[in-house]
Write a protein that binds this ligand. Structure first.
Ligand SMILES: C[S@@+](CC[C@H](N)C(=O)[O-])C[C@H]1O[C@@H](n2cnc3c(N)ncnc32)[C@H](O)[C@@H]1O
Length: 295
């Protein structure tokens, strides 16, 4: 809807331009890191258009419904609720995943974990992969989409994760090859009789005493069970390391995303559990991020 030529763009008219400027200033005041980008994403969501359209429609006046939606979204973001929860989706590996309160928002670092896993999986050969802690389903779904003959069995304790990951598995058409199982760490897979080629996990690994140092978006809005794992952050990793050899084929691989400070310790843990070789992989900034083991 364009502003009629005879209607002056006054301070009372909420055009795209004006609301972007106002929202950017407001979010900046509230400590949001990329206020202009986020203002654009919130407005594109309210107008149900692509971000680029805001610039072709820069002098359009917002409808009442768009203004109401924008007001609510901006208030939520000002309370430091993550943008992804407000707009309901997050890009991961070039695909749009549904996200929502109660489920960890996929992080760009985790794409590197997925890349490391794909290196182990030939494109045209069948492979069975296990995952602990599927969350939104971003890892399991991406592996299945990138490797059409691969199947993934993934566990998570959270009912909300089950709800959202189920949506993503269906939306991204991998329900025939991704099985989501409710359960604790590897328990649902221990008696299933399947021997896996690889096990992947981005487990909860933050130490309890790091809670205070986290951004409000994370500490106040993301699910604690997806973040924290005891006094040293390794409660879940220890259980994965202990049980992994029971479900992996000889020569099978494990890949774990961790805090850089945990990588050496976890490498040693895997060796104690029977992994013959281990290696630490770095992310694009050169920081240790992933521990890999071969059984
Ligand atoms: C860091 S999140 C990772 C989510 C997703 N895989 C990703 O990379 O975005 C960890 C996940 O592990 C799940 N989790 C925590 N404790 C668990 C347990 N004991 N057994 C299975 N899953 C668990 C959480 O619910 C959460 O979804």
């Amino acid at each position: 809807m364009s502003t009629p030529a005879n209607k002056p763009a006054s301070a009372d008219v909420w055009t795209v331009r004006r609301i972007l400027e106002w929202t950017t200033g407001f979010l900046k005041q509230k400590g949001v890191e990329s206020p202009r980008l986020e203002a654009e994403l919130l407005l594109a969501h309210a107008r149900q258009c692509q971000r680029i359209r805001l610039y072709t429609d820069i002098d359009d006046e917002l409808s009442e419904a768009e203004r109401t939606q924008m007001r609510e979204s901006v208030q939520r973001r000002a309370r430091r609720e993550p943008l992804a929860y407000i707009i309901g989706t997050r890009e991961f590996y070039g695909r749009s995943f549904e996200v929502g309160k109660g489920v960890l928002i996929p992080r760009p670092e985790t794409e590197i974990l997925v890349d490391a896993c794909l290196e182990h999986i030939p494109r045209e050969e069948p492979r069975h992969i296990a995952e602990v802690g599927f969350g939104s389903g971003c890892i399991a779904v991406t592996i299945a989409r990138q490797r059409p003959r691969c199947s993934v069995m993934a566990t998570d304790l959270s009912p909300r994760a089950m709800e959202i990951a189920t949506l993503n598995v269906q939306k991204l058409n991998v329900a025939d090859r991704v099985t989501l199982m409710a359960g604790d760490v590897l328990e649902p897979l221990l008696d299933g009789g399947v021997q896996f080629d690889g096990l992947i996990s981005n487990p909860p690994y933050i130490r309890e005493d790091e809670r205070e140092a986290l951004q409000p978006e994370v500490a106040q809005h993301e699910p604690p069970e997806a973040l924290f794992a005891g006094h040293d952050g390794l409660d879940i990793v220890r259980r994965i390391a202990a049980d992994a050899p029971k479900i992996l084929k000889p020569g099978g691989f494990i890949l774990l995303e961790l805090d850089p400070a945990q990588c050496e310790t976890v490498s040693a843990l895997l060796q104690e559990s029977g992994f013959k070789s281990t290696a630490i992989r770095r992310d694009l900034s050169g920081t240790s991020r992933i521990v890999e083991g071969i059984l």
